[in-house]
Ligand binder design. Structure first.
Ligand code: SF4
Length: 350
């Protein structure tokens, strides 16, 4: 197996090249990928509509072994359940994914890196530092593994697990192409959210980006934001405002501004007023995330969750200004799978 390539790391174009170079038809690549991603059959011998010689060629050159689920943690209430997966990759590194299965929507929060070098001060993943990028196959196999584990199809994907997806844009785009293709994983682009801490240089082609975008904002002024998110020193708030305000408005695809509410840091009603001045309800919606804090967290010892009245006042202020506002009381919190709590011991705070 050492010399065999991992099939899940291949794009359709790469597999087409293999087929053509080895005397097979270009469309055979599409057939193989349909078996793998649509039917989720990973045994080449069972791919009955392709020739015996191609099956042999695949067996000799590729393997389609999925990573291993090492551990799971489960939490449920009357509306659904969350399940966190600890997954071991081929190099023995571990990542986490969280399935959030509520109200018949099966959302998988996927990781895109091992650790993260963005250094957000409220995020437990940042504690791990920069590790390495995940390959497209390592991203896609999180979906495949959890589809198999639950025997149900993932309906929505959010890149809010470990890592900053735009810091690994090549592999993330490669995985997006396969997961959104109707012939393969068939998850509609409008059901896929790419969440970024604000790497704006990777969003230059924002008008062409067909997936949902969430930007982790978390402050209404540069001093506070730079204190929470070092990325703000390179891409300050005015750049985020410019990018968003120059984007064509889209009712169906507004940018989500994620805002982690932290007591005494960014939860003042004046912060809400500043946000109202900066952004337009026609371009963005807000997702307020009251801080998730693991019990006894030493890492987050300087941060507190605001009380319910402060959360509600902040929300009402934005609502009255015409914004769509959701408040995410993070599912999976008690299993340390809420935003900002994936550290492979155990997700990105977005
Ligand atoms: S919040 Fe996201 S971008 Fe920031 S350190 Fe955590 S994983 Fe990285």
């Amino acid at each position: 197996m050492e010399n065999k390539e991992w099939l899940f790391d291949k794009s359709q174009q790469e597999l087409e090249k293999f087929c053509v170079l080895n005397g097979f038809k270009k469309y055979n690549a599409h057939q193989v990928m349909r078996w793998v991603y649509f039917y989720q059959i990973f045994d080449f011998a069972k791919m009955t509509d392709i020739s015996k010689s191609l099956r042999g060629g695949l067996i000799n050159n590729f393997h389609a072994n999925l990573p291993e689920i090492l551990d799971t943690t489960y939490e449920e209430d009357i509306t659904g359940y969350s399940k966190k997966y600890l997954i071991r990759l081929a190099d023995d590194k571990t990542i986490e994914s969280v399935l959030i299965n509520y109200n018949s929507r099966k959302t998988l929060c996927v990781s895109s890196q091992i650790g993260c070098k963005m250094g957000c001060t409220f995020c437990e993943t940042a504690e791990l530092g920069g590790g390495r990028n995940l390959s497209s196959g390592e991203i896609l196999s999180q979906i495949l593994l959890i589809n198999m584990d639950t025997k149900e199809k993932i309906t929505n994907v959010v890149f809010m697990g470990m890592g900053e997806p735009l810091d690994n844009i090549i592999e993330v785009e490669k995985s997006l192409n396969i997961m959104s293709d109707n012939n393969f994983l068939a998850i509609a682009p409008r059901k896929i959210t790419v969440s970024t801490c604000g790497l704006l240089d990777k969003l230059k082609d924002i008008e062409k980006f067909k997936y949902k975008i969430a930007i982790s904002l978390n402050a209404s002024d540069d001093i506070t934001r730079s204190g929470l998110m070092p990325v703000n020193k390179k891409f300050p708030l005015k750049d985020i405002v410019n990018l968003i305000n120059h984007k064509k408005p889209s009712i169906h695809n507004k940018i989500t501004l994620e805002y982690v509410l932290i007591k005494g840091i960014n939860d003042n009603i004046l912060n809400a007023k500043e946000l109202i001045k900066m952004f337009s309800p026609s371009k963005v919606k807000f997702n307020l995330i009251p801080l998730n804090k693991e019990k006894n967290s030493i890492f987050l010892k300087n941060f507190e969750r605001p009380d319910d009245n402060a959360i509600n006042d902040f929300k009402v202020k934005l609502l009255k200004a015409g914004f769509t506002v959701t408040t995410r009381f993070s599912k999976a919190q008690s299993i340390n799978g809420g935003c900002g709590q994936l550290t492979a011991k155990t997700i990105c705070f977005r």
